[in-house]
Design a binder for this molecule. Structure first.
Ligand code: ASP
Ligand code: MG
Length: 463
């Protein structure tokens, strides 16, 4: 049995939703042919709608009720338009859209009166996006003969009350899925539900955090012991580099969970590792596929042995980084200095990305500059501090890096005329990372891509 998740751009309008229906139909026919259960389908809100819903909450609490109601009209109109374009008989869907719109208007009034925008309130607003999109899609699937049952994820995914970043209550949710979803799938009925949203034991709406529908898909897949999870999006899969920098970037046919994690941390737009953790734990293969080009093979993320081949898999980069260099003689032969430094970053809730140290100095990079000035002030109490702005970090990632000597040499050979500001071979040993001036970034990525991928032939790993 499959869990198929469709992201915001895959359900953004009627055309996109029609693609989804066609993709699900083919999968359903395949399942029927193999006498296996129907897939469970999870969708995001239409692209851009979650942002608008959050904006709605913010307007409502800041005395901009009229603007909020104007924005609500826009949200409503979008979904009515999709329903009208997609459905022959859109009455039921339109009725549901009106109901949700009415709920939102009530929420706006309440927020306007209480003037308080807590994560709990935001969740109540934000959860509507997935309800809109999924309901329209379910109606259309049934209209087109793809037998589907729409389920409100808030009756399936029970979470703690950490609003805005809720975690599933595993046993309870698993029991619900097994009781309410599996029997339908076993009868060949598609179950269509929402990503991103859930509810507490007492029924209060929660969300799993932005981009949380991948996480939902992984949770549902793990609970149902799916044979695979498909993440349908608008790219052909995971590539060897950002195609905006490297137009001839190649698609990876297969990669490991570790590589995906390392790439995500290093700035690539791949599935975030924490979101697919439930799939990793159960070793469920995850496919990244393009709903606009459904015939493509996509990228398989797995821990199957074959996925470990291929030395370097991909090159990720992050702009807008800052290097902080700390020097102190106090560090020589003493201990506790790193802890003092770490405490400053902890205090200002700023994540350190790369770090490298010597006996008397520490260099580190951060991406979040919000508290940079305060951090620097405090660090000055314990060390000499020097800042380098407009930095880019580049990471060369591959599981086999740890087993192949000479990769670092090839990396720095390829960019030998570029000034490297800092080097850090990730503790995971599957990532060689370094920092350069932002103005050197594009060229560095291109040179590296040329060095590692120009001669790689199409095969098991690279398309
Ligand atoms: N719609 C939610 C968001 O935009 C969840 C998701 O798309 O994954 O964050
Ligand atoms: Mg999304």
């Amino acid at each position: 049995m499959l869990v198929m998740k469709f992201g915001g751009t895959s359900v953004e309008d009627a055309t996109a939703m029609q693609n989804v229906i066609d993709i699900v139909r083919i999968q359903l026919e395949r399942a029927r042919h193999n006498a296996s259960p129907a897939p469970m389908v999870i969708v995001s809100a239409c692209a851009g709608i979650t942002n608008k819903l959050i904006k709605l909450a913010e307007l409502a609490v800041s005395n901009q009720r009229d603007e909020a109601l104007g924005l609500l009209d826009e949200i409503n109109a979008h979904h009515v338009k999709v329903a009208e374009a997609l459905l022959k008989n859109g009455e039921k869907a339109k009725h549901f859209i009106e109901k949700l719109t009415h709920n939102l208007a009530t929420l706006i009034n309440a927020a306007d009166i209480f003037g308080d925008v807590s994560p709990r309130v935001i969740d109540a607003f934000a959860a509507h996006g997935e309800l809109f999109s999924s309901f329209i899609l379910a109606e259309a699937m049934n209209e087109q003969g793809v037998k589907t049952e729409w389920k409100d994820a808030r009756t399936l995914l029970i979470t703690d009350d950490h609003f805005g970043k809720a975690q599933p209550l595993w046993e309870m949710s698993e029991a619900k899925l097994k009781a309410e979803v599996l029997p339908l799938l076993n009868q060949g009925i598609v179950v269509l539900s929402q990503g991103y949203i859930g509810a507490t034991v007492s029924g209060k709406t929660t969300t799993l955090g932005r981009g949380g529908s991948d996480y939902s898909a992984a949770i549902f897949g793990a609970m149902l012991s799916a044979e695979a999870i498909q993440i349908w999006t608008d790219v052909d899969g995971v590539l060897t580099a950002d195609p905006r920098l490297v137009p001839d970037a190649r698609r990876l046919k297969v990669m490991t969970f570790n590589e995906a994690a390392e790439l995500a941390y290093s700035g690539a737009k791949v599935l975030h590792p924490s979101t697919i953790r439930p799939a990793v734990m159960k070793n469920i293969p995850v496919y990244v596929l393009n709903s606009k080009r459904p015939d493509g093979e996509g990228t398989l993320i797995t821990n199957a042995v074959d996925s470990f081949e291929g030395m370097v898999k991909s090159i990720a980069h992050k702009k807008g980084q800052t290097i902080i260099n700390l020097t102190t003689t106090q560090m020589l032969g003493t201990y506790g200095f790193l802890r003092q430094v770490a405490q400053v970053f902890e205090k200002y809730e700023t994540a350190i990305d790369m770090i490298s140290t010597s006996e008397v100095s520490i260099s580190l990079t951060i991406g979040d500059k919000t508290n940079l000035n305060k951090i620097v002030e405090e660090l000055k109490l314990i060390a000499e501090v020097e800042i380098e702005k407009d930095i880019a970090t580049i990471s060369v990632v591959g599981d086999s890096i740890r087993r192949s000597p000479g990769i670092a040499a090839r990396v720095f050979q390829a960019i030998s005329d570029i000034n490297v500001k800092m080097i850090s071979q990730g503790a995971s040993e599957i990532n060689i990372g370094f920092a350069v001036d932002e103005s050197d970034m594009e060229r560095a990525v291109r040179l590296l891509h040329e060095a590692f991928f120009a001669e790689v032939k199409e095969g098991a790993i690279f398309a």
